[in-house]
Design a protein around this ligand. Structure first.
Ligand SMILES: Nc1ncnc2c1ncn2[C@@H]1O[C@H](COP(=O)(O)OP(=O)(O)OP(=O)(O)O)[C@@H](O)[C@H]1O
Ligand SMILES: [Mg+2]
Length: 321
């Protein structure tokens, strides 16, 4: 549904994005992750035809963003970083204005307004002035304008930024309800958000794509060892040394409490059974034994901590580049 191929955008001497390539399949939600200034908004502005790339091509629903911008715009709902709202209008007045602006036939506007107001939960504030609404509700109005012309593709630039935890959950649920019927590209800084709602994530760093995969596969691919945490009731004084002698164990550290230790083993060595046997034989009382997986946060930091971005970890992207 979205095909981005080798796009580069330069602002004078600054290269905002370089050779960015990715695809989003129909009905899929792709998370676009990256630190400040990574190039997320720039890429989204190209996709929504607000600006054009210096190199490369972008297609949305089979239409070229440069040659057939109007066709692309008809099929895209865009929620920019700052929603384009008129604060002195009421929600209904604003949506009516957006409907006309988007060229919807006048007979269709009232039913579409009712439908999006219901969809994003704006019923109780439909007659209120936008400037008087809370930030969460204003964000919903932003989503409503993006959905008004019923586009198959949604481009959402950090839709939950600045919201309180309750509002974040509500907006996330709303976005999740749109997956399947819409193809969504969602940018975020919040890693848990990407894990919670995105089937795949793209990590962009200094204008380059450094990884594309499912959150689970990304963390599995970057894992270089198996980590597990063991908590017992009565740890003997020498247990750390004895655990270090287990075959396959690379390191053992105590903490965060005296009863817990973190064990790192070679990849492919699952020593949980051995550990369980050790605890039972010693009679030291097993309280907890669990594997510790690499979070998307670890993956993100791993991929974005270097000055020069590492090459992409997605074999497909690597091939294209
Ligand atoms: N119109 C512009 N003129 C000059 N430089 C720009 C312009 N727009 C963006 N840039 C630069 O391009 C780079 C990428 O910016 P962009 O806004 O795409 O990042 P981002 O990933 O959206 O960051 P954030 O998470 O802070 O929103 C930045 O260095 C930014 O300063
Ligand atoms: Mg941005």
């Amino acid at each position: 549904m979205i095909n981005v191929e080798n796009i580069t955008k330069r602002y004078r001497t600054l290269t905002a994005i370089e050779k960015v390539t990715f695809t989003v399949k129909k009905g899929e939600i792709l998370g676009f992750l990256g630190p400040n200034g990574a190039g997320k908004t720039t890429t989204m502005r190209i996709l929504t035809c607000f600006t054009s790339p210096n190199e490369g091509t972008v297609q949305v629903a089979g239409f070229d963003c440069f040659e057939q911008a109007l066709e692309v715009k008809k099929r895209i709902g865009y929620l920019p970083e700052t929603p384009p709202l008129y604060h002195e209008l009421t929600v209904m007045e604003y949506l009516l204005f957006v409907g006309r602006l988007k060229g919807l036939p006048s007979w269709r506007i009232p039913s579409r307004m009712d439908s999006v107001i219901e969809q994003v939960g704006l019923g109780e504030v439909r007659r209120r002035i936008i400037g008087h609404l809370s930030r969460g509700f204003r964000q919903r109005v932003g989503l409503a304008q993006a959905l008004l012309h019923d586009p198959p593709v949604l481009i959402l630039d950090e839709p939950t930024v600045g919201l309180d935890p309750k509002q974040i959950i509500e907006i996330r649920e709303l976005i999740q309800s749109l997956v399947g019927s819409h193809t969504i590209l969602l940018s975020t800084h919040i890693l848990t958000e990407a894990t919670a709602i995105c089937q795949r994530v793209t990590i962009i760093h200094k204008g380059r794509i450094v990884a594309v995969d499912s959150p689970e596969r990304l963390s599995a691919r970057l894992r270089q060892s198996e980590k597990m945490s063991l908590t017992v009731k009565a740890p003997p004084p020498d247990w750390i040394e004895r655990l270090r002698a287990f075959p396959g164990v690379m390191s053992v550290f105590q903490g965060p409490s005296i009863e817990t230790c973190l064990i790192e083993c070679k990849l492919g060595h699952d020593i949980r059974e051995d550990l369980a046997r050790f605890v039972v034989n010693q009679g030291i009382g097993l309280l907890e034994l669990k594997t510790v997986s690499m979070s998307l946060e670890d993956v993100f930091l791993h991929l974005t901590q270097h000055d020069e971005p590492p090459p992409p970890t997605d074999p497909l992207t690597q091939e294209i580049l």
